[in-house]
Design a protein around this ligand. Structure first.
Ligand SMILES: [Zn+2]
Length: 179
């Protein structure tokens, strides 16, 4: 009997937080428009918000999230992939909120042009994380694209060597938004 360890009560299993949990957060900031609508439309699920992102973008965001955490900054994806239906709804709401399609276009893209629908954009929060990423993002190829949406990031692999390209004032200046 001496070779047996004394019986011990089973320790509760440690719950290891995984990075995905950090990334999949409640989407309080649902669109690229500001302020957020009072009745926030719900995404079908939160997991697809990151699951449908471009893998290279998601990898860059995860690396940045980890390094930001080491700096004491909690970086969250407030909005990532969106379905076309959800983007259409955001646009309808923006047109209603801003009063015209032209003004709404400064804040919300169509489902055909949105980089969120194609899985190529993330909206980052909170403010401290945006500040951290604006300083360090190019290391990961993560760049702000629009002056009026500092939280909106897209992957620019060349930025790792060359730095981020100049930003557009707003999406109406972005040639990709023309179609
Ligand atoms: Zn965005």
């Amino acid at each position: 009997m001496s070779d047996r360890a004394p019986a011990r009560p089973a320790a509760p299993r440690a719950r290891t937080p995984i990075l995905a949990v950090v990334l999949v957060v409640s989407a309080t900031l649902v669109g690229c428009q500001s302020p957020a609508p009072s009745s926030a439309p719900s995404q079908p699920r939160e997991v697809p918000t990151v699951a449908h992102l471009d893998p290279d973008l998601l990898g860059a965001v995860r690396r940045a999230t980890s390094d930001a955490a080491a700096d004491g900054v909690r970086l969250q994806v407030k909005s990532g992939w969106r379905s076309a239906e959800y983007q259409d709804r955001l646009l309808r709401e923006a047109i209603s909120e801003y009063g015209s399609a032209a003004e709404a276009a400064r804040w919300v893209a169509t489902a055909q042009t949105s980089r969120h629908v194609s899985g190529e954009a993330v909206d980052i929060g909170p403010t401290a994380a945006v500040a951290w990423l604006s300083e360090h993002g190019s290391v990961y190829g993560l760049c702000q694209v629009y002056d009026n949406e500092p939280w909106h990031y897209e992957l620019r692999p060349d930025a790792i060597e060359d730095g981020c390209p100049a930003r557009y004032a707003d999406p109406t200046q972005d040639p990709r938004m023309q179609h």
